[in-house]
Design a protein around this ligand. Structure first.
Ligand code: ADP
Ligand code: MG
Length: 378
């Protein structure tokens, strides 16, 4: 019996009908452009969130999370609508609402993706729940539909204006590959991402910094991009190229120009990164990571001292490239390093963090892993 199975029985008195798992993610490159209809290149990490579900014969929903001391939250399905107050349980409730659940359930969550570290524990949670419900109730939603529905849950029910990347990769990723995702139409392509055979490793550095700017900062960036789209009368920043942007400088503010320049150059870097992966040119990939970081730091202004220190210390220790990942203002950075230099790199980052009196960082390594799956049927 697995851990979650046992907890489920202890908490709800019966065994679950189904257990699903969905991973967190790291975005290799293509940051802050999912909402501009761009391309992104994330991969799923090994850490995942488990959702165990049992159907009830009434309309009661009972939810518990091992990461929330197993306390049971109970609501009636009829009141599950955007606006219903709550805490973490709004993520799974949002998924139930978006998918059109019509029966009561008992549901237990066990999340192994670090919460709030920029590794998308929120998408892992939503997608584990969505995958379990899709199979249990034979909804028949495709992975693309599940991505849209879980994004809708986070946007409209939880109220976080996230893009479509996190949910897509958590649902669609495949072992050994990064997922090239076209955020305009959700078409995907698996790009072999085999760092290990080249003697490399991807080090994930959780800075443990969470600057309160996050929420407003994210919305402000999205608003700036939307404003450029409006002023230049285009459908999205996807349609823009650098020459047109330069020529349109007088029509937009300096800040808007910088935000749009990040989006335009980052989209190009994603395509170059795909080429670098296909030719196993990891030196070129490293340079693209560095350029992405500089653009996020200087044009998009979403980095912070901790992220910059993590990136710079990794590079000083010999990394081929490094950049902040995720929304910014804290969270994680990644460094592409030689496998033999993992310990040196960790030591270098730790030293700089101590010197700057930053909170101690946490380190993970992960190879590209499998997306959401059913792991047990009762
Ligand atoms: P990230 O997605 O980068 O980890 P978010 O702030 O988007 O950070 O999502 C974290 C939130 O998701 C948590 O604060 C919590 O509300 C919810 N969450 C994620 N995983 C779990 C879990 N296993 N149990 C309870 N809540 C969770
Ligand atoms: Mg999240």
């Amino acid at each position: 019996m697995s851990h979650i199975d046992k907890k489920f029985v202890e908490t709800f008195g019966q065994s679950p009908d189904i257990i699903a798992a969905a991973p967190g993610r790291v975005n290799l490159i293509g940051e802050h452009i999912d909402y501009s209809d761009g391309f992104v290149l994330p991969f799923a990490i090994n850490d995942r969130t488990y959702a165990a579900v049992r159907v009830r014969d009434d309309r009661k929903i009972r939810i518990a999370s091992i990461q929330r001391k197993n306390r049971i939250v109970e609501v009636n399905l009829d009141v599950v609508k955007p606006g219903l107050k709550g805490e973490w349980e709004r993520y799974p409730l949002g998924v139930m609402w978006a998918m059109g659940l019509e029966k009561g359930i008992d549901i237990m969550i066990d999340g192994h993706v670090p919460l709030g570290a920029g590794l998308s524990s929120s998408a892992a949670l939503e997608c584990s729940v969505a995958t379990a419900l899709n199979h249990l109730f034979s909804f028949g939603y495709s992975l693309e539909e599940l991505a849209r529905l879980t994004q809708k849950a986070e946007n409209e029910y939880v109220g976080v204006p996230c893009g479509i990347m996190d949910q897509s990769v958590s649902l669609m990723a495949q072992t050994g590959s990064a997922l090239l995702l076209d955020c305009r139409d959700l078409t995907t392509q698996n790009i072999a991402f085999d760092v290990a055979s080249s003697g490399l490793e991807l080090l994930i550095i959780d800075t443990q910094a969470h600057h309160s700017l996050t929420d407003g900062g994210y919305a402000e960036r999205r608003a700036a991009c939307e404003s450029v789209v409006k002023k230049l009368e285009i459908k999205s920043l996807r349609e823009l190229d650098l020459i047109t942007l330069e020529a349109s400088r007088s029509k937009i503010s300096d800040t808007e120009f910088k935000r749009a320049r990040h989006a335009v150059t980052e989209m190009k870097r994603v395509m170059e990164a795909v080429l670098a992966l296909e030719t196993k040119n990891f030196v070129a990939l490293g340079i693209l990571l560095n350029q992405s970081h500089a653009s996020l730091r200087d044009d998009y202004n979403v980095s912070c001292p901790e992220l910059n220190a993590a990136v710079e210390a990794s590079l000083s220790a010999g990394a081929l490239g490094a950049r902040m990942v995720g929304g910014g203002f804290g969270g994680s950075a990644i460094a592409l390093i030689k496998a033999a230099q993992v310990r040196e790199t960790i030591a270098a980052v730790e030293k700089v963090f101590v010197e700057n009196k930053f909170k101690a960082p946490r380190f993970f390594t992960s190879l590209p892993s499998q997306g959401a799956e059913i792991i047990q049927r009762g």
